[in-house]
Design a protein around this ligand. Structure first.
Ligand SMILES: NC(=O)c1ccc[n+]([C@@H]2O[C@H](COP(=O)([O-])OP(=O)(O)OC[C@H]3O[C@@H](n4cnc5c(N)ncnc54)[C@H](OP(=O)(O)O)[C@@H]3O)[C@@H](O)[C@H]2O)c1
Length: 241
């Protein structure tokens, strides 16, 4: 009997499950749309829509195959997204907002539209408990996680908590500050980037300071794939571990 036939391909088909079983933490995919010059928004924070219609559909298909969909509170305050699957078939993932100070407005769409019971606000112990009760009254779940050195949500702890909640996969859609923290903490498994043939110039960079001074220390990928979807180029890359 032959063993190990197409082993790598089989592992990839079940990559969410294998990561979860081996670490107890969800598989983390970072997804964003950027201009050719690496911006995810203009100087005013405007970002809708950098990508073309076809890659927006792809983004919704990706949402539909993940258990969790995460954004930072900056994105909620700027864009008030619904974070649901609308442009493709698929089940709405659990929405996870990373919000250390519980700044989320009570009329945010993630608390009032879709199924608020499938919204988790990940925060820290320092928050105003009465605001937490108001958020919970809307149906959402508030989970308190340890702070990191910057007083923000400790992302490793958060992934461990999400793992305990049987969330096998998380799609992190931004924004820049959250993506950068995930990279700095070495918690990313895969990148999906929609690169639009547009130039924005000064704006919000997709990835901020990683403290890399020597190019030889740049984050690398063990495997990459590219394809064209509509007018965008889709980059998929699995990080070297
Ligand atoms: N093109 C795209 O694909 C795309 C996608 C999403 C967003 N965007 C754009 O990105 C912009 C928002 O990005 P942003 O960088 O300002 O905000 P963000 O990354 O969405 O949120 C950042 C905030 O999350 C909170 N946070 C809590 N724990 C954190 C941690 N460990 N690491 C990092 N952040 C943590 C922090 O606020 P507290 O300390 O108060 O908790 C932080 O200020 C908007 O203009 C939006 O349109 C673009």
């Amino acid at each position: 009997m032959k063993v190990g036939v197409l082993e790598a391909e089989c592992k990839k088909l079940n990559e969410f499950y294998f990561k979860y079983i081996q670490t107890g933490m969800p598989f983390v995919t970072i997804k964003f749309a950027q201009s050719l010059d690496g911006r995810i928004a203009s100087t005013t924070g405007h970002s809708q829509w950098i990508s073309c219609d076809a890659s927006l559909k792809l983004a919704h298909r990706l949402r539909g195959i993940h258990d969790g969909l995460m954004v930072g509170i900056g994105t909620v305050l700027r864009d008030d997204p619904r974070l649901t699957v609308r442009l493709a078939k698929g089940v709405d993932p659990c929405r996870i907002i990373v919000d250390s100070n519980l700044k989320i407005p009570l009329d945010a769409k993630v608390l009032t539209e879709g199924d608020p019971q499938r919204t988790i606000i990940a925060t820290t112990e320092k928050i105003d408990k009465s605001k937490a009760s108001m958020v919970e009254d809307l149906g959402a779940q508030v989970i308190e996680v340890d702070e990191n050195q910057k007083g923000q949500v400790d992302l490793r702890m958060l992934l461990q908590r999400l793992g305990e909640m049987k969330i096998f996969s998380v799609l992190v859609e931004g924004g820049a500050e959250l993506l950068t923290s995930f990279l700095r903490a070495n918690l990313v498994d895969k990148f999906v980037i929609a690169i639009a043939p547009k130039i924005i110039g000064k704006g919000i960079e997709a990835v901020g300071n990683l403290g890399i001074k020597d190019v030889s220390k740049a984050i690398r990928f063990s495997e990459v794939k590219t394809r064209k979807v509509g007018t965008d180029l889709i980059f998929e890359g699995w990080l070297s571990k």
